[in-house]
Ligand binder design. Structure first.
Ligand code: 5GP
Length: 116
């Protein structure tokens, strides 16, 4: 499917809407989730226009994963967390709501996220 240049993360990348940025380099941006599932819930996105992992170049994917590792380590340290949950969704059918590919990075345990 064609990339929607009006999605909220694309607007963030263009500076059209605000973001609480925690990391940025030439290829990626990380910012706080507006509706965090836990304190420190961060989103990491590639700057490349891609809706899912299947639309991303190998180079873009490598740079993105490098940033996920950096942000994940920083978040773990900042929140003194026992672990870090990292996940992402591909396509509406998987439950993806923003059509610009992103990793969720959440300090803590999956057990806490599964609590009702
Ligand atoms: P998805 O369900 O697509 O995997 O996750 C989308 C995430 O983007 C959700 O966790 C949601 O809270 C977050 N989100 C949606 N709109 C905004 C926004 O305008 N700003 C920020 N910082 N996060 C957003």
């Amino acid at each position: 499917m064609a990339y929607d240049t009006n999605n909220i993360f694309a607007k963030m990348l263009r500076g059209e809407i605000p973001a609480i940025k925690v990391y940025e380099d030439d290829h990626t941006l990380a910012f706080m989730d507006i509706m965090p599932q836990a304190d420190g819930h961060t989103l990491v996105i590639p700057k490349e226009e891609a809706e899912t992992i299947f639309d991303l170049s190998d180079e873009g994917a490598a740079a993105w994963m490098s940033s996920v590792r950096k942000v994940g380590a920083a978040v773990k340290k900042a929140f003194n967390a026992p672990g870090v949950v990292v996940f992402q969704l591909n396509g509406k059918g998987a439950g993806q709501t923003v059509p610009h590919v992103h990793f969720h990075v959440i300090p803590g345990s999956i057990a806490d996220l599964r609590k009702p």
